[in-house]
Write a protein that binds this ligand. Structure first.
Ligand SMILES: [Cu+2]
Length: 318
């Protein structure tokens, strides 16, 4: 297994292919684009779109490359870990379908919905679950498999993702945006680096083999400039509380439900919850988003680096 250090990660320096160009940086907005990072449509495009939105997901069993020489026999939505980010706007009507192409029953429970939980399934293999509901509360929410008493193992096997409900009337500040989904793998790799599936005993004890952001152990540094505002839509699948911290700065604003919390060094996001966090890049340098209670996993890549070493002057007031 290839092990990186914090400095090793942030010292990668030059931005990997797919990072935003210089014209998009300072004072810029829009989704970061990088390998392994889901691009976002964003509030403006999502809220300008049709007020009825349909998401067709597929439950699939796939072997995923997690990076650092490890692979995982995962249960997924659409073959990716985490599942696709579902972007909707406050007041939208939403239809979510899950076509079950896996070998056991699966469903879908989105925390953004207020509806009879029995509508979340599960459905057996080869059947399609359909959920119709509306979304009325802005925020970033967890969605996950719903399969009765065995839901825990299904979630821990990879059936989870983030759903963003953008506010319709409150226009968000221009920012560079990304989704951060924190989760874990509850298994042990074999000699070839394959984690053959979820170990039910470890799952029951909430004893992860390794934890990760966005279903991967490797994250290319994201290019930013001093003065940039970064907005992270954070969902914690679990286990435990994610102690969200950005090394080198202070969280400017945390949106947690209806609350607006200012100037926080570290913010706790419970398992099964989400928060939208904003921070400004104060000066040229490198910054790292971590779970401050899980720094032990940094050598396994559990850090997202922001690279502002492009040599630009310190930004004015922020
Ligand atoms: Cu399931």
């Amino acid at each position: 297994m290839r092990v990186l250090t914090v400095l090793g990660v942030v010292a990668l320096g030059a931005c990997a292919a797919g990072c935003a160009g210089p014209d998009e940086a300072t004072g810029g907005s829009g989704s970061f684009e990088a390998p392994g990072l889901a691009a976002l449509a964003g509030q403006a495009a999502t809220c300008a779109g049709p007020r009825e939105k349909t998401f067709a997901l597929e439950a699939r069993e796939v072997t995923l490359d997690l990076g650092m020489g490890l692979r995982f026999n995962a249960w997924t939505y659409d073959g990716v870990l985490p599942g696709p980010t579902l972007e909707v706007c406050e007041g939208d009507k939403v239809r979510i379908t899950v076509a079950n192409h896996a070998s056991t029953s699966h469903g879908l429970d989105s925390h953004a919905l207020r509806t009879d939980m029995r509508r979340f399934g599960p459905v057996p293999p080869l059947e399609i679950l359909t959920i119709d509901a509306s979304v009325d509360t802005p925020g970033v929410y967890m969605y996950h498999c719903a399969s009765g008493p065995v839901t825990d193992v299904h979630i821990k096997s990879g059936l989870y993702g983030a759903m963003i409900v953008y506010p319709r009337d409150e226009i968000l500040r221009p920012a560079r945006e990304l989704v951060v989904v924190q989760s874990a793998v509850f298994g042990t790799p074999d000699a070839s680096g394959l984690i053959p599936g979820t170990d039910p005993t470890r799952a029951q004890k909430n004893d992860p083999g390794v934890m990760m952001f966005n279903g991967r152990f490797e994250h290319p540094p994201l290019e930013v400039r001093p003065g940039d505002l970064v907005r992270a839509y954070v969902v914690n699948i679990g286990p435990g509380v994610a102690a969200l911290h950005v090394m080198g700065t202070i969280l400017d604003t945390v949106y947690d439900g209806a609350a607006r919390i200012r100037h926080v060094q570290t913010y706790g996001v419970a398992a099964g919850s989400g928060a939208v966090v904003e921070f400004r890049i104060p000066e040229a340098g490198t910054y790292g988003l971590v779970d401050h209670d899980r720094l032990a996993y940094v050598p396994w890549g559990m850090v997202i680096a922001f690279d502002a070493t492009g040599g630009h002057a310190r930004a004015p007031a922020h």
